[in-house]
Ligand binder design. Structure first.
Ligand code: MF3
Ligand code: CO
Ligand code: CO
Length: 239
């Protein structure tokens, strides 16, 4: 899990150097696939339930599962890049929201709020604690900032499988709680909307957008519960 997580993060570090106005997300997807394969891994999304690309590329009002396309990115866009690698049978899954060139202050605040929401979710992980503490911490911060947490998509157990139980909700739901124990692996990946939390899936069967056309940001880490707290497998090697 450490090796897979590090490779997913290194892929995002590489993509960070390539994002600029004028670049198409299809180009970024191709670069990511080459990088992942050059490091002895495979891109887990490719062929997953028929998904046709190596990564998910979700600009602006796209919440998640956006498909790479040929549109040149424009100054002021935000772009979620979600990378999942499978290395020696183990999965590392991480997403970051990037600014394309200079972005306006409200978009900067959205990104910062989402980054902090993930950090608070990580802090809520401890052995003997509860999965619900993660959603409580994330929802509390996001709503205090005047934003909404997406409810129709969530984090997930991960390991030899890409997606496995439990569902890691980013809002409080005590009805579906799980006690955290050392050795559990899962993702935390809050999606935060400037408007309401509702989402719509487009006719292509994949692309998920905000129902009200608001912007959406996401950060994701793959983590393990340890004897004393949490280990984040997808920390950026570049810092
Ligand atoms: N990486 C996404 C997640 O965080 C899942 C993408 S599934 C795909 O769980 F098929 F769209 F790639
Ligand atoms: Co995930
Ligand atoms: Co992901």
């Amino acid at each position: 899990m450490r090796d897979a997580g590090r490779l997913a993060a290194a892929t995002l570090d590489m993509i960070a150097q390539e994002i600029r106005p004028g670049v198409a997300s299809r180009r970024l997807d191709a670069l990511a696939e080459t990088f992942i394969r050059d490091h002895g891994a495979v891109p887990a999304p490719l062929g997953y339930r028929g998904y046709p690309f190596a990564t998910c590329m979700s600009p602006n009002q796209v919440v998640c599962h956006g498909m790479p396309d040929e549109r040149p990115l424009a100054e002021g866009d935000i772009l979620k890049v979600d990378v999942t690698v499978k290395l020696d049978g183990w999965h590392g899954d991480s997403c970051r929201t990037f600014a394309v060139g200079a972005i306006d202050p409200e978009r900067t605040r959205l990104l910062q709020t989402t980054r902090t929401a993930l950090a608070l979710g990580l802090e809520a992980v401890r052995p003997g604690g509860w999965l619900s503490a993660i959603g409580r911490a994330i929802q509390g911060h996001v709503e205090a900032q005047g934003y909404a947490v997406v409810r129709s998509y969530c984090g997930h157990g991960i390991g030899r499988e890409f997606h496995q139980p439990p569902q890691v909700l980013h809002h409080l739901d005590l009805a579906r709680d799980v006690e955290l124990r050392p050795g559990m692996f899962f993702t935390i990946e809050p999606m935060v909307n400037t408007g309401g939390h509702a989402t719509i899936r487009l006719e292509d069967g994949w692309t998920v957008v905000t129902a009200d056309g608001g912007l959406s940001a996401q950060f994701e880490h793959t983590v393990g519960v340890t004897e004393t707290g949490v280990e984040v497998f997808t920390l950026s090697p570049a810092g």
